[in-house]
Design a protein around this ligand. Sequence first.
Ligand SMILES: Nc1ncnc2c1ncn2[C@@H]1O[C@H](COP(=O)(O)OP(=O)(O)OP(=O)(O)O)[C@@H](O)[C@H]1O
Ligand SMILES: [Mg+2]
Length: 224
Amino acid sequence: MAEIASYLAHEIRNPLNLISLTAHHIRNQFVPQKEELRNKFFELIESLNSEVEQLSKVVSHFMTMGRQSELQKINFTLSEIIDQVQVLVKQQLNSKNISMIISGEKSTLIRADIEQIRLVFLNLIVNAIAAVPIGGSIWFHIEPDSSGRAIKISISDNGTGIQEEDIEKIFDPYFTRKPGGTGLGLALVKRIIEEHDGTILAENRKEGGAHFEIILPKEGTSCQ
Ligand SMILES: Nc1ncnc2c1ncn2[C@@H]1O[C@H](COP(=O)(O)OP(=O)(O)OP(=O)(O)O)[C@@H](O)[C@H]1O
Ligand SMILES: [Mg+2]
């Protein structure tokens, strides 16, 4: 699957680049002499460019979804990546005056693909930042699950919450309620967690806001 995806992406990208360059060239060199044709000409070139851009975006997402899924597992503590993610989104948190509250056993050691788990947290936090109002809160809580072999990570916020009819769909690729959103964030999150033999679920908090719960095996063995 991964090979087909990257082959197709490659085969589509080249002609797309050519179309884009050609459009650029036509726009510069072949502007109609007649005044009354010019507006239409620019309009057509513009729509050609925006279609090309849209197609390129689809190709990029397709490639992300189709990437090789070799996990590079190492031992690390969740606090390490929470700190890193916090640094990455610091500006966004500050600009909306959002507090991030971390509690529980964040120094628990786990064995997983650190880059991938970082991507999971980043996507969930970026979504939460978008959902909360100014002055909102995001909670991060870590505790051992009942088996003792896995950890439970909860990420909650006091934002808009997920629309009831969307709860079944938010992990589907391309499902989005955001203008300009790809709808691939949560699909990627779910795939990464499942590749680690974990589970993820979403619900709304009674007090308002969304709640995501991840169960992740500490050693990467199955916890189901
Ligand atoms: N914390 C949250 N609170 C409320 N709704 C959420 C939250 N997280 C996700 N959603 C809903 O789930 C949808 C899908 O999320 P997902 O991350 O897959 O894509 P996106 O955020 O819309 O697009 P992108 O990730 O490309 O910016 C969102 O559009 C939003 O409607
Ligand atoms: Mg998102």
